[in-house]
Design a protein around this ligand. Structure first.
Ligand SMILES: C=C(O[C@@H]1C=C(C(=O)O)C=C[C@H]1O)C(=O)O
Length: 456
């Protein structure tokens, strides 16, 4: 449809005075727009921007300006779904084209737990989801522009948006400087190994099977880490999720390989991921590494715990749950994992927040049994997980959604970055191997930061 025709549909449009917001939904395929141009152009919105890209690019969304948010200091699935319904109910949506495919979405996350040992996550509330003023759905070249319904002329708004889209199209992105590394250190490395040894002693094969313990690495640069530098580097590794989430002065970044679940018209798909071995540049070593994973009892056991827990958690909400008994190899750039795809047909009245409450934390990031391992993590782990290993993702009005388990992640504030990595501890684990595995899991974020490293 041509611009003039789209513009004229607005002239006769009846505005619903009861709604607080209006969303115009545009096809923007005539403009040359990408993530970097958007983050550069909308620099003044820093602190209120996100980028979420699915592994398969079902979603590739950049959101600018948090115009309306649902946020709580405690997670309640009922309250979240009520507030989400109220938020959508207050919006009049206007499609400016007949064959638009995208849907107006919320983006956000729910922290791993409600522990507050340290204050570095204070800029994020416990459960927080945002509707953005500008939602660029880059996988289908669409824009949702949302604004307060205050009687402004719609055709004038339409013209202003097209003016801005032309400016973004011709916007030149300046190259951003690589920050110089000043300091890099593991937080309590020896104490963490002791923590792992103590956990191994505490675990037993009947009542406490597994606990996931994480640790942090702190990095400081000699200048602030520029958002554009990160956006540019995040485009690098394919085959993972991409999350870049600004909130005030903090940014949370993840290159997770792990989906919590996605839902499309009541069909849910998820993936049990647990069991790891390093990927190197040597083909022979890699063949051995994969063969080892597929036959190693400790890794297969850790994996089965995760798969069974997810399947059991899904059953009450599903007509059926399907999966294969034999795990497959997931290949990431720096690491291999065992994974099992799982699908389910959800019952009609199931809400997305209810599912998050039921599944998170999977034993891939918590442990088994769930309550015992969560309490163990809260009591013994150093630091606060915040959004590390937490559900972060996109949700639409009708429950269609995609959530990530936000691993391979970091919290960036001004000149510093805190990197997070964990691993599953079972009775057969050893602290030196687990320390090494967590070091490998820092690699994706070191790469995003442009930090040269060598793990020896
Ligand atoms: C906890 C992390 O990873 C999880 C733990 C794994 C394991 O213990 O083998 C593998 C993949 C993830 O499910 C992490 O990356 O921080």
């Amino acid at each position: 449809m041509h611009l003039e025709e789209q513009r004229s549909t607005l002239e006769g449009l009846k505005i619903d005075a009861d709604k607080g917001f209006l969303t115009m939904h545009f096809n923007i395929s005539e403009y040359d727009i990408n993530e970097e141009k958007l983050f550069s152009y909308f620099n003044s919105y820093q602190g209120q921007r996100y980028w979420f890209r699915s592994k398969d690019e079902r979603y590739n969304i950049v959101g600018i300006g948090y115009i309306k948010s649902i946020s709580k200091d405690k997670f309640s699935s009922a309250v979240m779904s009520e507030e989400k319904a109220a938020l959508y109910n207050d919006i009049q949506q206007v499609d400016l084209d007949n064959d638009l495919k995208g849907r107006l979405s919320l983006f956000g996350g729910i922290k791993f737990d409600d522990s507050h040992k340290t204050d570095e996550w204070n800029q994020f509330r416990h459960s927080e989801f945002h509707l953005s003023k500008w939602q660029f759905s880059l996988s289908n070249n669409e824009l949702f522009y949302t604004f307060e319904n205050n009687g402004e002329s719609l055709t004038q708004t339409f013209d202003e948006i097209h003016q801005i889209l032309s400016e973004i199209d011709s916007h030149t992105v300046q190259e951003s400087d690589k920050p110089e590394l000043k300091m890099m250190k593991d937080i309590f490395p020896e104490e963490w190994k002791t923590l792992v040894d103590e956990a191994v002693d505490r675990l037993d094969e009947d009542a406490f099977l597994k606990v996931v313990l994480s640790r942090q690495r702190l990095i400081r640069f000699d200048s602030n880490i520029s958002p554009l530098f990160l956006i540019n580097r995040l485009n690098d590794e394919s085959g993972t999720y991409t999350i870049y989430y600004e909130k005030n002065e903090s940014s949370f970044v993840s290159k997770s390989p792990e989906k919590l679940f996605d839902i499309k018209d009541n069909a849910l798909s998820t993936n049990a991921v647990a069991g790891s071995s390093e990927r190197t540049l040597d083909d022979d070593e890699n063949r051995q590494s994969k063969a080892f994973l597929l036959s190693d009892d400790k890794n297969l056991y850790e994996h089965a715990l995760v798969r069974e827990s997810i399947v059991e958690d899904l059953k009450p909400y599903s007509h059926y749950v399907k999966y294969n008994d034999i795990p497959e190899i997931m290949e990431n750039k720096y690491i291999y994992h065992l994974h099992t795809p799982i699908t389910a047909r959800l019952k009609d009245d199931v809400d997305v927040f209810q599912l998050i409450g039921a599944i998170h934390p999977t034993p891939a990031v918590g442990g088994m049994p769930k309550a015992l391992s969560e309490a163990y993590i809260t009591e013994h782990e150093f630091g606060t997980r915040g959004l590390y290993a937490a559900p972060v993702g996109i949700v639409e009005e009708n429950n269609n959604s995609e959530f990530v388990v936000s691993l391979r992640s970091m919290l960036v504030r001004q000149r510093s970055a805190s990197l997070f990595a964990g691993c599953g501890i079972v009775k057969a684990s050893g602290s030196e191997e687990e320390f090494k595995e967590t070091s490998v899991k820092f690699t994706p974020m070191l790469n995003v930061l442009g930090v040269e490293w060598s793990e020896s």
